[in-house]
Design a protein around this ligand. Structure first.
Ligand code: SF4
Length: 295
């Protein structure tokens, strides 16, 4: 629970505050950009919510903060907002909320599908989400993009009898996984889901392509709102930047409109613009290292 005695000095006065336990994961800034801002090493409240819509978004951020670093000085309607999750992104694609500190606050997603639902990386194991997932028809597959974002996948797998999908090279993070992908060949699940190994960020990183429209990207690629372009993180590349670059190039020929990352901002472009953005990103990644600009 956030402690107002430990509130960061950058907060503006008012009901909401961020305290010193913040790990600067960006979740609150994605969910409520009107209220939260980057203060360098942590987030802060830069504007207090000005209306009920902004307040609801700020409360969603409070609930999703992986370290419980956001608090309110007055009693809030948090219980009412719990039921907002999972939040619809588009059609049957949802953002789960309740980001986990075990995955450094990574985003996780849920897809409702006639042949069985998918959880993409794992949120915290919380009762309200479990109930919502039951209401939406349970979970058939849990796609684990890489070793860092498994969080509570095991608990969700045993609750729903779901099959966890992970790459062999990252499988030590979830050794009991039911489906282990080997090598770099994509694997199709039904007509609409394709699991694609993209080594780079980690040796066994994978992305999931759904309906040739949604790319669940883990920590492979994300959107930088400041430069308004797709990017990747060289600083947080744990295995091989060269492999990550070539993995990125292998995605250029695919068709998708959404990038839904674990860390960093999601984005929607039409297919033409997305392909242009991907080509541009690969070109920048292939340039000599001194020219790479970390976003
Ligand atoms: S969600 Fe929590 S931990 Fe993440 S940046 Fe915001 S206050 Fe910090």
């Amino acid at each position: 629970m956030a402690d107002q005695k430990r509130a960061v000095p950058e907060n503006v006065a008012g009901n909401f505050f961020v305290d010193f336990t913040c790990i600067n994961c960006d979740t609150c800034r994605q969910l409520a950009p009107e209220t939260f801002a980057d203060a360098g090493n942590n987030s802060c409240v830069s504007h207090q919510p000005a209306n009920s819509d902004e307040e609801r978004k700020a409360l969603r951020a409070l609930l999703s903060c992986p370290t419980a670093s956001i608090g309110t000085r007055r009693k809030s309607k948090t219980q009412e907002v719990v039921a907002d999750f999972p939040l619809t992104i588009e059609a049957d694609v949802f953002y789960c909320g309740f980001n986990s500190a075990k995955s450094y606050g990574a985003n996780s997603f849920f897809v409702r599908h006639k042949d069985g639902n998918w959880l993409i990386d794992s949120p915290r194991f919380v009762k309200s989400l479990v109930e919502q997932f039951k209401r939406l028809g349970g979970i058939k597959y849990i796609f684990l993009s890489h070793q860092d974002d498994v969080a509570d996948a095991g608990k969700y797998a045993s609750t729903f009898g779901a099959s966890r999908i992970i790459h062999n090279e990252d499988a030590q993070a979830e050794p009991d996984s039911e489906i282990v992908i080997k090598g770099e060949k994509p694997k199709q699940f039904g007509d609409e889901f394709r699991v694609i190994p993209v080594p780079g960020h980690t040796r066994g990183h994978m992305v999931l392509l759904y309906k040739d429209r949604y790319l669940f990207a883990g920590d492979h690629v994300f959107f930088d709102p400041a430069s308004k372009r797709l990017t990747a993180s060289r600083r947080h590349c744990w295995y091989s930047w060269q492999h990550q670059t070539e993995s990125m190039a292998s995605l250029i020929g695919l068709s998708f409109e959404w990038v839904l990352p674990g860390h960093g901002q999601r984005v929607h472009f039409d297919k033409k613009e997305m392909r242009k953005q991907m080509k541009d990103l690969v070109e920048r990644m292939r340039a000599p290292s001194q020219h790479w600009q970390e976003e």
